[in-house]
Write a protein that binds this ligand. Structure first.
Ligand code: NAP
Length: 275
């Protein structure tokens, strides 16, 4: 089984983004945070560090874990209206009672570099220009980087969230794959996923995809990032179990994750250069 790492691709995207960022006005990304969740704060710090590395300014606007939904929405609207801010992102999780989807509607779609505004998903579904969520875009970038054919292929996406599964299904459809979306109510998941030539696991359930879930020769992309007891991360795919049946698998960590961050920055550089 081939391991489809994301590190080289992420480095190539960052290099290209650095060149794009240097070509115009310096791009600026604003990340709105309203959580004390350590994993989430770590991710935001990693975005800020990666941004600095490619010449993109990154403002972390930390409203604290007790922020009211109105305050978050007002902040997103203010940043969307600021001429020197080109990308606006709302980090999750959010305080109880705050809905990411409702709040993300306050992000200007032209600055919605993580595809969180429902309008962005709608535009994506309609085949109109929009920034897809960086994770969904990262899956497509990995498939393209490793030259995985999609046209006419059976693709199965496990997960139907608005940040990963649904946008990804539209992106795969645009590339003429025959797409099936599975979720927690899908009966006999293995019988559905075992038909996939391209299988994307995005359920957030460690080890959900085992040997019986994978067709011989399938390309498997593991989006899942599940915390392990020792402080590490593991994917949704049982890598050891599928090793002698899948043709290829992305590792966790080191697969989709680094490409996601690189694409978030690329989207920001592109947002800064929109006419
Ligand atoms: P989410 O909002 O919790 O959605 C999970 C989806 O998986 C839901 O559609 C759910 O079905 C489905 N699901 C859950 N258990 C299932 C099961 N046993 N069988 C089949 N489907 C099942 O999660 P998310 O935000 O989409 O994230 C998914 C995973 O990707 C998480 O591990 C997350 O940490 C990871 N992630 C990684 C990156 C990255 O950059 N690498 C970025 C974002 C997310 P229902 O709709 O029926 O509930």
């Amino acid at each position: 089984m081939k391991t489809l790492t994301g590190k080289d691709l992420a480095a190539a995207i960052r290099a290209q983004t650095q060149a794009e960022a240097a070509a115009g006005a310096p791009p600026r990304l604003a990340v709105v945070v309203a959580t004390a969740d350590e994993a989430s704060l770590w991710y935001v710090r990693s975005i800020a560090k990666a941004a600095a590395g490619v010449g993109i300014a990154c403002d972390v606007v930390d409203l604290g874990p007790d922020a009211a939904p109105d305050q978050i929405a007002e902040t997103l609207a203010r940043l969307s209206a600021a001429p020197d801010v080109h990308g606006v992102m709302l980090q999750t999780p959010l305080p109880p009672g705050a809905s990411a989807q409702q709040l993300a509607a306050a992000i200007d779609p032209r600055k919605d570099v993580d595809g969180a505004n429902p309008l962005s998903l709608g535009r994506l579904a309609a085949g109109l220009p929009a920034f897809p969520p960086a994770t969904a875009a990262a899956v497509m970038a990995l498939l393209d980087h490793y030259e995985v054919p999609l046209e006419g292929r059976r693709a199965v996406v496990v997960g139907r969230s608005t940040v990963v599964g649904k946008p990804l299904a539209h992106l795969l459809l645009d590339r003429h794959a025959t797409v099936t979306v599975a979720h927690s109510r899908t009966r006999d998941l293995a019988s559905v996923t075992a038909r996939a030539e391209v299988l994307v696991a995005a359920a957030g359930r460690a080890g959900l995809i085992g040997r019986d879930h994978v067709a011989p020769g399938a390309v498997v992309i593991d989006v899942g990032t599940n915390p392990t007891d020792d402080g590490g991360l593991t994917g949704d795919v049982d890598a050891a179990a599928v090793a002698d049946v899948a043709a290829a698998l992305t590792p966790v960590p080191g697969g989709v994750g680094p490409v996601t961050t690189a694409l978030l920055l690329r989207h920001t550089a592109r947002a800064a250069n929109l006419p």
